[in-house]
Write a protein that binds this ligand. Sequence first.
Ligand code: SF4
Ligand code: SF4
Length: 703
Amino acid sequence: MSHVAFALVLALALGFFSYNAQRLVRYLRIGHDENRLNDIPRRAWNLLRIGIAQTKILRDPLAGPVHALVFWGFLVLQVGALEIIAQGLIPGFTYAKILPGPLYWLFLASQELTAAAVLAAVALLLYRRIVVKPRRLQGDGVHSGDAIFILSLIGALMVTLLVTSATDRALGVDHPAAVQPLSAALAQLFASVPHGAVQAIHHVSWWLHALLILTFLNYLPYSKHLHVIVSLPNTFLSNTSGPGTVGAMKKMDLEQETEVFGAADVTHLSWKNLLDGYSCTECGRCTSVCPANITGKALSPRKIVVNTRQRLLEVAPAIVGGDDVFGMPFIGAARGDAESRAALLDHKLLDNFITEEELWSCTSCRACVYECPVSIDQLEIINEMRRNLVLTESRFPEEVQPAFESLERNGSPWAFQPSERAQWAEGMDIPTMAELWERGERPDILFWVGCMGSFDDRAKKTTVAFARILQAAGIKFAILGQEETCNGDPARRMGNEYLYQMLAQQAIETLNRYEVFTIVTSCPHCFHQIGNEFPQFGGNYEVIHHSTYIERLLADGMVPLKHETGEKLVMAYHDSCYLGRYNDVYDAPREALKRALPVVQLVEAPRSRDKGLCCGAGGGRMWMEERVGQRINVERKKELLATGAEAVAVACPFCMTMLNDAGMKLESTVPVYDIAEVVAARIEARSGDGEARPSEGRSEAGE
Ligand code: SF4
Ligand code: SF4
């Protein structure tokens, strides 16, 4: 009879779960289509690395291992859960009937030890949430009550599992105590309890355990713990990680007739952006590393994702029809005061859930994407919404307007004439591509200078330094001169895809006209754009960042360096986001510094390499005022100065400007050098030319 009852309960539970699963899948369908099944080997590798091995969770040295333990325990305990279900349906079933003795004992030991470990982990996590209350688990978009409920449910599952196997033993099941040490100890407690009572406890405990499993399963679709089910698929379907593919913005089809560009609501996002909402664990890792959030701005990447989920669950039932049987579709779903269908449809993600101010605070540093343990792409949602603000609504910070106009008129975000582009090269005997082409010659490399390197007085020193290195190494190179135009990256990051595509296509035409193959650039934004995003428009080139190129030249002994080592210098290298997190270039700049200055002592800020803090200039923030909170560049400069460094090295003209500016605000005399300047200052033939000399002290701070 009890097996019939269990079969009924199981059918009800699975039926209800299936209903909710199809409901949530139907909601995803209001997003637009997107192919996420390309590059299966890399996706499978991400699933193993990030999903199963939990590499991202483990980046947090404290909470990481505890969470990973719960996850791995969850996997191991599924084997036991299946036995319980089978026992409920088939009288007298146990794995002992199908597994050889030692294998069955291994199964018993795995369940027992895992249950004890998960119980301890749950106790720690509850303590952390209720007593310690870390900052990243507070704030917008956090449902602590839900987390406490589910942790208690997991704890109860472990307790009933242990009590069931202990009473099993007390009733005479005789497995070696070594494979069930905890149950064996617990069984002693039942030694003096009458047999009938133990039987009753066993029965109740088994049923409780089985019902808790089914309750857990059916609670998930109503909880932020839905991630338990969707985070592995989400990791598999995420933007595949790896240099050259991550961080590339989606190409917009501007030919297609559309009334709405970008995303103002969840219906304008892709189904994958919506799946990201289901996957969010609300762990706050993204927000805790967001430079905007750290410095007091309204932006929280967690809130962006949670709000996307809330809006989806608010509006999707009105679009696809039907609602949840309890009338509350999901934990945290915002029902607001929008009672009628019309009012729900009138709401939108933009403005009602996510504000313009939040969207413009983003520096596109990718720290959030990098940190998310379940491979959510918060930045993609931000970028799509910026596109909507600019292209559909013409809403953007007023200080951005001149940059857009200048890009359109002069092919540069600053109001300089194309004829001024190559003024830095006067007297240096550097040919342009046009000149070489006319002579029927080809260079080894094209030096793509970039707008900052061409027009900004401080960045021009880097440009000159790199050109000197190339000349000293005997590299045959050329520049485009006044034929170079902005590659459009600032326009794209600021949401102006029209302008971006115009500039990108123009640049690609120029490069293709000269049959350019290899490009070297000192700007990480140009490096990323030309190397990773130009292929969307048919521009395929080998693009190398100057840090990597310099490192190779030094390794090959091609740059004649001065012999004397100079005074010992403590230097901190600041990672550029577009070089590091976007393109995985961390070692080349550090190696170049060490090779150029054998006595350099490189020190690392607490946040460095893939955890590096942004300088605050990316995502078009270079052209926007920073009115709220502390300044990101000042925060970063303070960290770098706290290392005790006598000089700061960068490999990006944007970082150079931001850190110099911060230096002035902090009245610091610690200079900032580009790695090209460090190397150029050590070139033997140039020892007396008065260029930047990193080993000679601090006189160039705040330029
Ligand atoms: S990309 Fe950077 S600034 Fe933007 S939300 Fe993510 S962490 Fe914050
Ligand atoms: S988006 Fe990712 S990192 Fe951020 S709270 Fe959600 S799961 Fe955590």
